[in-house]
Design a protein around this ligand. Structure first.
Ligand SMILES: [Zn+2]
Ligand SMILES: [Zn+2]
Length: 331
């Protein structure tokens, strides 16, 4: 099979991904082999490829938003049959035994492993995945449209859950990239009034076209205090701006793996039971529930399809902010 292999992280301009022939991977106990039909490209892939995230292995196939068909079912891999359609997310494995895994928060497991970082991912014609983390995909979403739902979409959905936003509530989205673009569709489906803040005019115009009730710069107060807010911009001052926009009892969920320092703020901004929390990775339940909801709404995603061989170009376009919607690699 052909796969895009990363041997050594380096700038995208040096074409770090190498397309090469590899033996078909054989699934271990409890694993499946998928014939990959599409794999979306995420900013985290870019961070792995360029070395912003330190390598976990000497050589790895990136890609953690893959869709494929089960081709081989390994020993003791329960619940799957050859020919089933499956999705793969960032969470590749966990220990099942710690207190987080036991109560359904495997996203917090200290032994968690990640697709396309700790084990080979979906920038390939075939890959293996643990059967207990593979996601069943509802009918009615094409493979290429399903792929971008599997990372940014699911984490945006988890952020919505953690924010405590209720149907009809007033929600703020700070930053308006691929993840927020899906979150606004869910929030509108729930009948929420959505305020979108961003630096760029193009983002605000797109937000309005997706039903935002109000838009503004990060520091502009929304027309009315928000019941909850999610920040997508990896900038600490935006977290404070969102906090100041909250009503009493509201929560800011910070959807960022890295954040520069959060500037000091007055305790009055946090008083009245306001809170700030982060969102880290996703659980299997988030993925399952989100995919079902996405098929029902249905969530619209714009995809830019590239052949697998053009993986370096797809990453370069993402890095330059040129991608129209989500980039998807197709073997
Ligand atoms: Zn991702
Ligand atoms: Zn665990």
């Amino acid at each position: 099979m052909r796969a895009l292999v990363l041997d050594r992280p380096r700038p995208v301009g040096e074409r770090p991904l190498d397309l090469r022939e590899r033996p078909e991977p054989s699934p271990g106990d409890g694993e499946l082999r998928l014939r990959v039909s599409a794999c979306a490209v995420c900013r985290t892939d870019l961070q792995i490829v360029t070395g912003d995230l330190p390598p976990h292995r000497r050589s790895v196939v990136p890609g953690h938003q893959a869709v494929g068909v089960v081709e081989v079912v390994g020993e003791d891999a329960e619940g799957w049959r050859v020919g089933d359609r499956a999705g793969v997310t960032w969470l590749a494995g966990f220990d099942r035994t710690c207190r987080f895994c036991r109560d359904g928060r495997e996203n917090l497991c200290e032994a968690a492993t990640f697709t396309g970082w700790d084990r080979d991912g979906g920038f390939a014609e075939a890959m293996t995945v643990r059967a207990d983390v593979a996601v069943r995909l509802p009918a009615g979403i094409a493979d290429r449209e399903a792929a971008p739902l599997l990372c940014g979409g699911v984490i945006g959905f988890r952020a919505l859950r953690l924010s405590g936003i209720q149907p009809g509530g007033r929600l703020g989205l700070y930053g308006f990239g691929a993840s927020a673009l899906q979150a606004i569709q869910v929030a509108r489906h729930w009948g929420c009034e959505v305020h979108v803040a961003s630096r760029t005019r193009a983002d605000l115009e797109r937000a309005a076209s997706f039903g935002a009730a109000s838009v503004g710069a990060y520091d502009d107060p929304p027309p009315r205090p928000l019941h909850a807010a999610i920040t997508f911009a990896p900038v600490g001052s935006v977290v404070v701006a969102a906090l100041r926009a909250l009503d009493r009892g509201g929560t800011v969920v910070v959807n960022a793996i890295h954040l520069d320092g959060i500037p000091a703020f007055d305790y009055d901004d946090l008083w009245w039971e306001r809170s700030i929390r982060s969102v880290a990775n996703v659980t299997r339940r988030d993925a399952r529930d989100y995919l079902e909801l996405a098929a029902t709404i249905p969530i619209r995603t714009e995809v830019e399809v590239h052949p697998l061989a053009d993986g370096n170009e797809a990453l370069a376009r993402l890095e330059r902010g040129e991608t129209a919607g989500a980039a998807v690699l197709v073997p």
